[in-house]
Each structure stands twice: as structure tokens, then as C-alpha cells.
Design a protein around this ligand. Structure first.
Ligand code: UD1
Length: 340
């Protein structure tokens, strides 16, 4: 059974990926500093999979502690690196915290991997590196631009570091996520942002749960079908399964280049209003919302070309928008019931 180290594995995407890895027979060890996620994720993963992943609480900004954690797991076959801060607005207010956390933890991880001979690495990147794309669908060859936020820039810089670090002895796959939403079908795990959500789906589910009064739609004067911005929403379990495919590719040495990049999206763009409508229809409820000003830095339209991932990884997203909005609400409802 190959051992995979999942950094940031208590977080939203990391926990769903851990579930998908365990389901495919991998042994998962989670490295997390619990700064933005809870240990409870471990019990939730156990409840769903029947296997409790080992948790190693470690701050990857600390080089010595990182080395110690890796030494104990030097038999791992690969690392999937989710551990990072991800709040766009906060990164504009506190850029150094973002550069320090996201880049030091990346470098310490890579140095520890080099030291202990763990040669496979998967990186959690973002479509934010494309900025405002000239055309859609966005392929992996579309120009990378300086992202609007320090958060986004840490993803761009990280990819540059990874490209330089990849060679015949070290293989990397960088996965550029579009907009991951939804939750595991059990409703036992899902997205749980701290404080007021910045992203659309948790704001919608919290509004439906009565925690937020109404959803503000950021702009209805974009050049789109209904004026609201268009994104490529992808079910978090599809995203999780893509990581498993990428791990298989690295471990079985199927990759063609030492550094590969793949978009992870569905290839279909939906507007904010379409997402709201799907949420209302599928869950049989109505959502309070209001149109307001555009949000600074927002991209009008972005959706992925999924051809490279289909051709090289043999992976395509399987779940549709209805499944995304239903699972998101199922999780939110369950969680609020548990905690009421
Ligand atoms: C945002 C980040 C992106 C990051 C991604 C994942 C920005 C500019 N981009 O992407 O860098 O990788 O999250 O964390 O912040 N919307 C509303 N009302 C809301 C929230 C969102 O109308 O309360 C709209 C937005 O204008 C956008 C869409 O919903 O059109 C999706 O927004 P969001 O979920 O924040 O994702 P992105 O902005 O695409």
C-alpha cells in the first residue's frame, strides 16, 4: 500500500482528496498545522472511509519541524501539497503573511523531500494564474499573467519554483483548479470556511441556512448571457479523484515531462444567476439575493479547456451542477443540525 503525504489534508479539498485516496487503497498521512481547519476532519474522513488517517500536526513554515515530520514518513511515495492560505482579500491586506506561509511551506516541503528521497509532488494551483483570459476555454498554454492578488501570485511563483525544481529525479504535476464546490455525497464532510465566506457557494448555503441575511451578487453588467460573471464550477469529488489519477501517474512513472500542468474544470461555464437557480430548484427553496457592484479584481468569464487532462490523464469531471448544489446544501444542513 503506497503511502501519500497530504499537506493541508484537514482542509476542504485536502480532506475530500484523502477520502478519494483511501477509497483507492492508498495509505494517507496528513500534515496540517490546523490554523484554518480542524482535527475533526480526521474523524469525518474515518466515518466515511472506515480508515482513520494519521495526523501529524506540523507547521511547514518551520524547517526543522518539517524535516522531523518527513523523516518519520520517508517511506512515502508522493506528496500532495494543499497547505496554503487562500483568502484573496486577506492576501491583499497582509501580503507578507501570504508570501511567507505559502512559499516557505512549499520550499521547506521540497527541501525535506529532497533530503529523504520522496520524488513525486502534486501541487494545488489555481486558474487565477490566467488572470483575465483573452479567450475561453482556457488551455494550459494560455499566457500566465501576474495575478491580481498576492494569494494568486503565490500560486504563480510556486509554479515557477516547481518548474525549476523538477528534473529527471523529481516529478511534479501542478493542477490548476477552476471553482471547486459541493461536498461528499454522505453529507458528513464539506466546505467550512472561517467567518464570513468569500466564495459563492458557501455564501449561498449559509444564506439558505439563515446565517447570512442575503447573498450579494457582484455585478450584473458583465458581457455574459444574463450579465452576471461566468465560472467553471467543478464538484470537489471530481477534483479529488483527479488527484488520485495524478498520483497514479507519478508513482507508475507514466508522466512524459518532469513538470506537467493540467486544468481541472468541467469545461462548462455557468453564471452566478444560473448557479442560484440550480440551487433553488434542486433544493426546493428560495434564496434572498440582491445585485450590487462588481467586486474588484473579478474576471468576467472563465472556463477551462479540459482536453489535456482527458488526453493525458484520462480524467474528466463526471458530476453536474445539480449534483454540486445538492451536495453542498446537504452538507450545510447536516452540519447545522449537528451543531444546533
Ligand atoms: C476566487 C478567487 C480566486 C481563488 C478562488 C478559490 C477572486 C477575485 N478570485 O475565485 O483567486 O482561486 O476564489 O478560492 O477572489 N460572487 C458573488 N457574491 C458572493 C461571492 C461571489 O456574486 O458573495 C460571484 C463572484 O463575483 C464570481 C463568482 O461568484 O463571479 C464566484 O466567486 P468565488 O466563489 O469567490 O470564486 P472566484 O472569484 O472565481
Amino acid at each position: 500500500m503506497s503511502k501519500i503525504i497530504v499537506t493541508g489534508g484537514c482542509g476542504y479539498i485536502g480532506a475530500h482528496t484523502s477520502i478519494a485516496l483511501i477509497a483507492q487503497g492508498y495509505q494517507v498521512v496528513i500534515f496540517d498545522d490546523l490554523s484554518n481547519a480542524s482535527e475533526e476532519s480526521i474523524s469525518r474522513i474515518e466515518k466515511i472511509t472506515g480508515t482513520r488517517p494519521e495526523l501529524c500536526v506540523v507547521d511547514l513554515k518551520d524547517k526543522n519541524k518539517t524535516n522531523t515530520a518527513f523523516e518519520a514518513h520517508k517511506d512515502a511515495s508522493a506528496v500532495i501539497h494543499f497547505a496554503a492560505y487562500k483568502a484573496v482579500k486577506e492576501s491583499v491586506e497582509q501580503p507578507l503573511q501570504y508570501y511567507e506561509n505559502n512559499l516557505f511551506s512549499l520550499i521547506n516541503t521540497l527541501v525535506a523531500q529532497q533530503k529523504f528521497g520522496i520524488k513525486n509532488f502534486i501541487f494545488s494551483s489555481s486558474a487565477t494564474v490566467y488572470g483575465i483570459p483573452e479567450s475561453c476555454p482556457v488551455t494550459e498554454n494560455s499566457p500566465v499573467k501576474r495575478p491580481f492578488s498576492p494569494y494568486g501570485n503565490t500560486k504563480k511563483i510556486a509554479e515557477e519554483i516547481l518548474e525549476d525544481n523538477s528534473n529527471s529525479g523529481f516529478s511534479t504535476i501542478s493542477l490548476r483548479y477552476f471553482n471547486p464546490i459541493g461536498a461528499h455525497k454522505s453529507g458528513d464532510i464539506g466546505e467550512l470556511p472561517n467567518g464570513v465566506p468569500n466564495n459563492l457557494m458557501p455564501f449561498i448555503t449559509q444564506t439558505a441556512a439563515g446565517i447570512r441575511k442575503k447573498l450579494m451578487i457582484f455585478g450584473d453588467d458583465y458581457p455574459t448571457k444574463d450579465g452576471t460573471a461566468v465560472r467553471d464550477y467543478i464538484h470537489v469529488m471530481d477534483l479529488a479523484e483527479a488527484h488520485v489519477v495524478a498520483v497514479d501517474r507519478l508513482i507508475h512513472k507514466k508522466q512524459k515531462e518532469n513538470f506537467e500542468i493540467y486544468n481541472l474544470g468541467t469545461g462548462t461555464g455557468y453564471s452566478v444567476l444560473e448557479v442560484i437557480k440550480a440551487f433553488e430548484t434542486q433544493n426546493n427553496l428560495s434564496l434572498a439575493y440582491e445585485i450590487t457592484e462588481r467586486r474588484e479584481g473579478d474576471v468576467p468569464i472563465v472556463f477551462a479547456s479540459t482536453e489535456l487532462a482527458a488526453k493525458k490523464l484520462g480524467w474528466r469531471a463526471k458530476r453536474d451542477l445539480n449534483s454540486m448544489v445538492k451536495s453542498a446544501w446537504n452538507w450545510e444542513k447536516n452540519y447545522r443540525k449537528e451543531n444546533s
